[in-house]
Write a protein that binds this ligand. Structure first.
Ligand code: SF4
Length: 343
């Protein structure tokens, strides 16, 4: 049950809070997705998949239908089957390659996996959030780190591709606990990871705590710096980080949805920019001194990461090293995560 090794074309099907045993403190999926319907009928699911298939431009990418936003294995058995039966028709017609979904670690059991075993499910994402039991308890998750360990072992045993989502900045969290979570996650060998900063969503329990002054969201710069360290850690373990930050959508930027917290539509870009800034600074420091004129070569796809948002990296480098002229030149011979400084 391995994915074709390309970036699949994802058809997202949102199941806001469906199958959730309760609402976790930070969560309000209705807020995130803007979807308020109770359930999705097979007819609607069929329409949605066909609509998205119409947007697909190239034939070469594999296609995955992805159930997000709820707790898939917490849905009623019959409803899981209805959704998977309908989606499998598209797989049989060769319009879709496979199915993925996200679910809570404590709903992954032999019994639940039995329900899906005859369907073309290739990828299962686990909402890990933290591997610190105190942080999990404060977030009202209702499961422990051990549940995640058991779930990961079961999924690996059954050859699913496993994704793990972690959050930073939850109540009681700090840099050390987040790094500990990343280490624990890496030890479970997921196929990929997502990192989400905690934001205060309207109608969540966190919003109540925030209004009472019982929870203070982390600053954007703190979250970016931590996400950078986590990203570099996962990279060192050869685990791809496929997303950092919440997905930009119109619903997310409305004041009514995010009350506070480190949300930025270019969060992931900011993390990569900080990585490039750090690399440039350490090369400049090793050169030991200021240069009037320098050129930085990067892969063409990394130019905006090197520049930083609104040219921030360029301005900071100029100031820090008293550089009068700094040019960033594309160089296809360099890997996307490398740079060369010429003075
Ligand atoms: S975080 Fe996941 S399990 Fe918790 S309420 Fe949200 S969708 Fe449900």
């Amino acid at each position: 049950m391995s994915l074709k090794k390309d970036t699949p074309f994802i058809i997202p099907i949102f199941l806001p809070n469906l199958g959730c045993p309760h609402q976790c403190a930070f969560c309000n999926q209705t807020s995130i997705t803007g979807v308020t319907s109770d359930t999705i009928s097979p007819e609607t699911l069929c329409l949605l998949i066909n609509e998205f298939l119409g947007y697909k431009k190239t034939q070469r990418r594999s296609v995955q239908v992805s159930f997000y936003g709820g707790n898939f294995l917490g849905l009623k058995k019959d409803y899981i089957r209805i959704l998977l039966d309908e989606t499998t028709k598209f797989v049989k017609n060769k319009k879709v390659d496979s199915i993925r979904f996200s679910t809570r670690p404590d709903t992954i059991s032999d019994k639940q996996l039995d329900i899906i075993k005859d369907y073309p499910v290739s990828t299962i994402e686990i909402g890990v959030q933290s591997m610190d039991n105190q942080v999990l308890a404060m977030a009202k998750r209702g499961h422990t780190a051990l549940d995640t360990e058991k779930a990961a072992a079961l999924l690996k045993e059954q050859n699913y591709d496993v994704g793990m989502q972690m959050m930073v900045g939850l109540p009681g969290d700090d840099e050390n606990k987040s790094l500990f979570t990343a280490q624990k996650i890496a030890s479970l060998s997921p196929n990929f990871v997502r990192i989400y900063p905690t934001v205060v969503l309207a109608q969540s329990r966190l919003a109540v705590w925030y209004r009472k002054g019982e929870y203070t969201p982390w600053s954007l710069s703190r979250c970016v710096s931590l996400a950078k360290n986590l990203y570099l850690f996962f990279k060192s373990k050869k685990i791809p980080v496929i997303r950092m930050g919440l997905q930009a959508s119109e619903d997310l930027v409305k004041d009514t949805t995010i009350l506070a917290g480190p949300y930025h539509p270019a969060f992931g870009h900011m993390v990569h920019s900080e990585i490039f800034m750090d690399m440039a600074v350490s090369i400049m420091e090793a050169k030991n001194g200021s240069c009037e004129k320098i050129t930085i070569n990067v892969h063409p796809r990394s130019i905006s990461k090197m520049r930083g948002l609104k040219n921030k990296n360029v301005e900071s480098l100029k100031k820090k090293f008293q550089i009068k002229s700094l040019e960033i030149i594309p160089d296809l011979s360099l890997a996307e995560d490398k740079l060369r400084v010429v003075s």
